[in-house]
Ligand binder design. Sequence first.
Ligand SMILES: [Zn+2]
Length: 424
Amino acid sequence: MFAALLLAATSVSAGAIGCGGHHIGARNPGMGNPHYRREYNPDSLDVTAQCTAYNYPPVAAIVKDFPTIWTPATILPTDTAASALFAEFNSTVAPKVANVQVKVGTQGDFSGYQYDNADDPDCWWTKTRCTVPKDNTIAADISRLPEPNTWGFGFDDGPNCSHNALYNFMAENNQKATMFFIGSNVLNWPLQAIRAKTDGHELCIHTWSHSAMTTLTNEAAFAELYYTRQAIKAVTGVTPKCWRPPYGDVDNRIRAIAGFLNLTNVLWSDDTFDWQEGTNNVTAETVVGNYQKVFDKAKAGEYDTYGAIVLNHEINNKTMQHMIDQYPTIKENFKYIVPIASGMNWTTPYVEANETYPNFEQYISGQREGSVVPSGSGNSPGSTLTGSAAAGASSTAAGKPSAGTRNSAAGILVVAGVAAAMLL
Ligand SMILES: [Zn+2]
């Protein structure tokens, strides 16, 4: 009993650093093996029905090509494409971050780890909130939007099995969001991931197993990002170029790995700590108060020169309901509520550059849907990658992989085609 209480206290203290603590343990039930066959009803609002595991043949056919769901990822011994890409990282980018130590901590809590906060050689956000590395060959993080009086709208930790009420609400309000998806959740709940894409939300990466990235070896961190990217591509057909580290736990070594994989790191300027409700006596009122703090800052003019990126979660019904409840008040206090891609004017948020997204002006003037230019118009994945990388980050680590080409070589595109066909 005492040990349990101690764990809870530790977790909440870790949670103070955002997207943290043990909140993944609070996710909705139903996660698990997809052997139970049922009909998926995309309109169901029944939580139990939504969270009953189902068999989805396109995923069942490829799950062997991925790490075990909800265990820390490593490169599969049989995955020659991933191994070759990681070898390329090792020979090009790894040497320049070789002096960055692997950190020691659990669930984002590094209170026992000694680090030179004053000098902050690793630009380690967890300890110092550093977002701009001194080494300008490593891309800076994004934590706010350039557009004033704007709420950067997104959710971490999905897809959640019982997200239909939230997604219906967003559809009714013609509101798009940025979804930072966990790879294990994508393979557990592929139809929910497909709904996010079909509804026009932007997809980003939130790792495979929600581990604290700075505690992982280069290979493990690479695998966490790589296989989540592969899972999203396989299920939804697009390859994200953005990611968010669990707990915000990122340093220059992790930035270099993500940059090599063509991923821009999106952190946040404000945190609702919505996931904490129910942990350590945190109440719904506390979470509402956290939202109110952001509104108070808006009233005081804080966002007259930039836009907030606010951390929210798709992790359980309570966090999703909070957003539904608070949405009208967000609208009262912010002129615009936009997904990150539109807030950053990222018009090609995926490696597949034939797929476009509305820029800020388009979004706020009512154009909420992206478009897909038929392939075969001359844009090869390799040639579009350079342009899309430039759009996605102001500066990035050297050594961009030809991600699209490698995906094709791995045969993932074929699976994506099956998923897309089932949507029609
Ligand atoms: Zn998270």
